[in-house]
Design a binder for this molecule. Structure first.
Ligand SMILES: Nc1ncnc2c1ncn2[C@@H]1O[C@H](COP(=O)(O)OP(=O)(O)OP(=O)(O)O)[C@@H](O)[C@H]1O
Ligand SMILES: [Mg+2]
Length: 365
């Protein structure tokens, strides 16, 4: 008997063997019924059997174009299966078919060998589809989770912000209370930045890129405003700003504000109390923003991947202070710059210090 037919004739026995296995590995907090447990194994096997029987077989897809292996992965993500458990289910499916077959078909023929290798290929294909879908679905649910946390943290944070501002501005309070308010305010601003970065990261990873809404803005005002905010929260650091030429044009002002904010924030954090200088130079066609600090340079190897997400200085070696950071700032800066059709580069040496340079073309309406 050919393997395609064998699978159909012995479906019940194969499923039973597989079910016994799958029941053993199911997440302990779930108790699934037999129907749910066998869910798509039968359809996966029917699909494979039809494919073995005829090379021109058209895959059995649901109305949304999903294969049984993809649908299976979706349900496994929802049931809390780990990727290892999903993989072992496929191993079990393979073993129960080939085990039963070799026990019943005693005579080895050329067809048998051929069928077995085609069956293995088909299982591998189903496995690859399932794993790809599982990873995608899990990534999406993580993004949704991050998005919700980030979003929901904003409201309590703004209450802390308000309280801190109130303390900072108390006229007759003792200086310790005002200092406490100021420290709370700086921390709340930092938390807000981390949350904003996280939300932008999730948004950009969804494949849509970062949305920008250009309007008429003056980058001289934007840079001055952001630098002033940092001067308040970092009174010990000198922040120089310079503007050359007419820096008015069409960009997304709050997004470019984020660029200044991340670059200046990094310069203060990693420049080890050296002065920070922020230069905005405009010509007819473009504006060049540069943010400079001295202090330990960024190692050459690290400069190449600086703009990738989750890249932080080598802990303990370069900047031990950045363990609390997510390593998303420069990734988001680059996304914003790219959305404006601009470019960003970095130069960092012991002698000349670290300078991030952003070139933004003046967008036309
Ligand atoms: N101006 C700078 N001087 C020296 N090193 C820098 C500078 N800017 C960035 N770096 C290095 O590049 C790494 C990546 O920076 P990035 O802003 O992307 O992430 P982060 O600051 O670690 O975290 P986040 O910005 O998400 O809070 C930093 O951890 C730091 O090691
Ligand atoms: Mg940063």
């Amino acid at each position: 008997m050919r393997l395609s037919e064998f699978i159909l004739v012995n479906m019940e026995a194969i499923l039973q063997e597989w079910e016994d296995f799958a029941r053993n590995i199911q997440p302990s907090h779930r108790s699934m019924g037999v129907v749910e447990l066998r869910d798509h194994a039968k359809e996966i096997l029917e699909d494979i059997s039809a494919e073995l029987a005829s090379p021109d077989y058209k895959r059995n897809l649901d109305s949304d174009g999903n294969t049984p292996a993809q649908i299976h992965a979706d349900t496994r993500v929802l049931s809390g299966f780990t990727i290892d458990q999903l993989l072992s289910e496929f191993r079990a499916l393979r073993a129960s078919v080939l085990g039963l077959w070799s026990r019943r078909e005693k005579t080895a023929t050329w067809f048998e060998v051929e069928d077995m290798s085609r069956f293995n290929e088909a299982i591998d294909q189903a496995l690859a589809e399932s794993v790809a879908r599982y990873t995608e679905a899990q990534g999406q649910s993580q993004d949704i989770f991050l998005g919700i946390i980030g979003h929901d943290l904003r409201t309590p944070l703004s209450a802390i912000n308000l309280g801190a501002t109130y303390l900072m501005r108390l006229d007759d309070a003792d200086s310790k209370l005002i200092q406490l308010g100021s420290r709370m305010f700086t921390s709340a601003v930092r938390m807000q930045e981390i949350i904003d970065n996280l939300l932008d990261f999730v948004r950009s990873r969804s494949g849509l890129g970062l949305p920008i809404h250009p309007s008429d803005v003056d980058l001289a005002a934007v840079s001055e405003h952001i630098a002033d905010e940092f001067r308040i929260s970092n009174p010990g650091t000198t922040i120089r700003t310079e503007v050359h030429g007419d820096a008015r044009g069409r960009w997304d002002g709050s997004r470019i504000g984020q660029v200044y904010q991340n670059l200046i924030g990094n310069a203060i954090q990693y420049g080890e109390n050296t002065a920070v200088s922020v230069v905005t130079s405009a010509t007819d066609g473009e504006v060049v923003l540069s943010v400079h600090n001295d202090g330990p340079p960024i190692p050459a190897a690290m400069q190449k991947k600086l703009f990738d997400p989750m890249q932080r200085g080598i802990s303990g070696e370069v900047h031990s202070s950045n363990r609390k950071n997510l390593g998303l700032g420069l990734y988001i800066v680059r996304e914003i710059v790219m959305a404006h059709k601009g470019v960003i580069e970095v130069s960092s040496t012991e002698k000349t210090g670290t300078t991030f340079t952003v070139r933004l073309p003046k967008l036309t309406a």
